[in-house]
Design a binder for this molecule. Structure first.
Ligand SMILES: Cc1cc2nc3c(=O)[nH]c(=O)nc-3n(C[C@H](O)[C@H](O)[C@H](O)COP(=O)(O)O)c2cc1C
Length: 243
């Protein structure tokens, strides 16, 4: 296998084979202001829709936010995020439409989550107890990490949980297809608490639920946050061979 694209000169160069596109995908948390051509976005979305879905229902819907619509949403949600910090009882208002994370974490997931969180904060020089810094870093989510494109994924509420699975496949295709065009992404469940603000803002119907957000753009290759490369457990630890 050839070298993963993350080891080559620039992440903004197109990756030319599938393995490298998958291998080089990582969550990017600082983007440059370089605009993404609309035709490139259309190409990625059309291609990503080749994702399989139960009964070919294709339950996903995606809202593409740029310019004014993105800036206005960023403003609203950053304010809500600040308000929530000042008054934690607002958590009643800002509820996710489904549990993305477990209510009670257990090992080994808890350990991996901790390793991930402290790895990222460590890289950013944020120490335990530095709540202002943590809040500010978390709020970078609600600026789409300065990406020029913000995506919001919804599914119709009549669909079963399988629609979330289908939507995940669609999202993964977008993330991989982005790499084939020198683009990067960060999937963002952080937005999920703010569906009550986001759904009316994007003009979603009453029958739609927010599945996830995603930042998309060209990586800012000068920002150290983008050197964060996460580990994986080897296949032998999660595979059960039945012969
Ligand atoms: C559905 C989904 C939601 C995520 N939400 C967030 C998020 O809100 N903010 C964030 O910084 N990263 C988010 N991530 C990124 C994960 O933290 C990241 O995928 C994981 O640590 C592995 O790192 P990698 O993507 O760089 O390989 C999300 C990932 C997925 C798949």
């Amino acid at each position: 296998m050839s070298l993963p694209a993350c080891d080559v000169l620039s992440r903004t160069l197109a990756v030319t084979n599938v393995d490298d596109a998958i291998e080089s995908r990582q969550s990017i948390r600082a983007f440059s202001q370089r605009p993404v051509p609309r035709d490139t976005l259309k190409e990625i979305l059309d291609l990503a829709a080749r994702a399989p879905s139960g009964a070919n229902a294709q339950p996903w819907k995606v809202y593409v936010l740029q310019g004014q619509s993105k800036d206005a949403l960023v403003k609203k949600v950053c304010k809500a995020h600040d308000d929530l910090r000042a008054d934690p009882s607002l958590a009643q208002v800002y509820q996710e439409s489904y549990d993305y994370y477990p209510r009670q974490w257990i090992s080994p997931y808890l350990d991996r989550r901790r390793e991930n969180g402290w790895g990222l904060y460590g890289l950013l020089g944020i120490e335990k107890g530095e709540k202002d810094k943590m809040h500010a870093q978390h709020q970078r989510n609600f600026r789409f990490f300065d990406a020029p494109v913000g995506l919001m994924f919804t599914v119709n509420t009549v669909m079963g949980q399988g629609a979330l699975l289908d939507c995940g496949g669609f999202m993964q295709n977008i993330m991989v297809a982005a790499r084939a065009r020198g683009l990067d992404t960060c999937p963002q469940a952080a937005w999920n608490s703010f569906g009550s603000i986001i759904l009316p803002h994007i003009g979603a119907g009453e029958d739609e639920m927010l599945v996830c957000g995603m930042a998309l753009g060209y990586a800012d290759e000068t920002d150290p946050v983008n050197t964060f490369r996460t580990p994986r457990v080897p296949g032998e630890e999660f595979t059960v061979w039945l012969d």
